[in-house]
Design a protein around this ligand. Structure first.
Ligand SMILES: [Zn+2]
Length: 343
């Protein structure tokens, strides 16, 4: 067996732990429920217990390189404090890294879950041939991650890459972060369902009504089914989702000029329904995209793309993620392989 590390994807619903070898082969994966209601100590005890069992099982076959943990929240990388976490409310301002290290008697690397998903897609997924990439994860929220030179770009405090909280509607829907009109309010699974409910309230769209009444992840999927069956109300919602994504991606492309932007998370299964609007918006709004767009004979040329023609050289790729829900697990396992130990 090759050298391996243990990756943890701590979600608001599932706690998943995997042993992954240094070449990216999955050795073992287990899924436990995250018992958020029993409190952080209980969740940490469950997590540490599973990590220890997995580490014991393989440590005589190959060296353990380390443990990486993706956490749904903003983390201060210096102190190891979780600063904000809508899905794990009692973890806020709690020294999670120190508590986990005390429990395991070894160092761990804590990282934002969207950053970790980006690292997974960079290592083994849609961006594996690129050193620089950005990712948007469309799930319960909209996560963002930026990988530069093969490593997560953390910024000064470890909080970089929050593209989901970029404003797309200045006076739009209130966001959990306190701002109004964040991308998260127009491209997450709960947002897609809210947009459907708003459409129902406006014009009584009947097909939407039956699809929109269950849990957000499920209803977003059933709304997508409606869109591919041709329901115009559902199609309009996904065009709007794509438009909002395209507005944020235009700013990202103009600011960063990266070779590839990857879109993942549960809502990305509706790719066919929202991606045409993304490309349309990019061609309109981003001169950098217009100058670097892959050829598309069906594209209309207005806005930025009427001013700037695509030239030779690197193309800007906007594409779907490849690893599904495993991106976070692979990325978490990758962390100890590319991060120097703190002590
Ligand atoms: Zn926000």
């Amino acid at each position: 067996m090759n050298r391996f590390s243990i990756g943890v994807d701590l979600g608001g619903t599932n706690l998943r732990i995997a042993a992954v070898d240094e070449h990216g082969a999955l050795v073992e994966k287990i899924t436990l429920g995250t018992k958020v209601s029993l409190g952080r100590d209980h969740v940490i005890a469950d997590m540490c217990d599973a990590i220890q069992r997995m580490s014991e099982k393989f440590k005589n076959s190959a060296p353990l390189l380390g443990i990486g943990i993706g956490v749904p929240g903003i983390i201060d990388m210096q102190t190891g404090l979780v600063r904000e976490s809508p899905n794990l409310p009692d973890w806020v301002d709690y020294p999670a890294r120190a508590a986990i290290e005390q429990c395991l008697k070894t160092v761990v690397i804590l990282e934002n879950d969207a950053n970790v998903a980006a690292l997974g897609e960079k290592w083994l997924g849609a961006a594996k041939d690129y050193d620089d990439m950005a990712m948007l994860t469309l799930g319960t929220g909209v996560g963002g991650g930026l990988v530069l030179g093969g490593a997560i770009w953390r910024g000064a405090n470890g909080m970089a890459g929050e593209f989901g909280h970029t404003t797309v509607e200045p006076d739009g829907h209130i966001c959990g972060c306190g701002n109004h009109g964040c991308l998260e309010q127009y491209a997450s699974a709960p947002a897609v369902v809210r947009l459907a409910r708003e459409a129902i309230a406006r014009n009584g769209a009947s097909a939407l009504a039956s699809a929109a009444h269950s849990a957000p992840e499920f209803s977003a999927t059933s709304l997508y089914q409606l869109a591919i069956q041709g329901d115009e109300d559902a199609r309009r919602i996904f065009r709007y989702v794509g438009r909002c994504l395209g507005i944020v991606l235009s700013s990202m492309v103009n600011s960063l000029n990266l070779p590839i932007y990857v879109i993942g998370g549960g809502v990305s299964s509706a790719w066919e329904a929202f991606s045409p609007a993304i490309y349309e918006e990019l061609r309109l709004r981003s001169m950098v995209y217009a100058a670097t767009a892959p050829p598309d004979p069906s594209a209309s040329h207005q806005g930025a793309s009427a001013h700037v023609k695509a030239g030779p050289g690197h193309k800007t790729i906007i594409t779907r993620a490849l690893l599904g829900t495993d991106a976070g697990l692979y990325g978490a396992a990758r962390l100890p392989m590319i991060t120097e130990a703190r002590r």
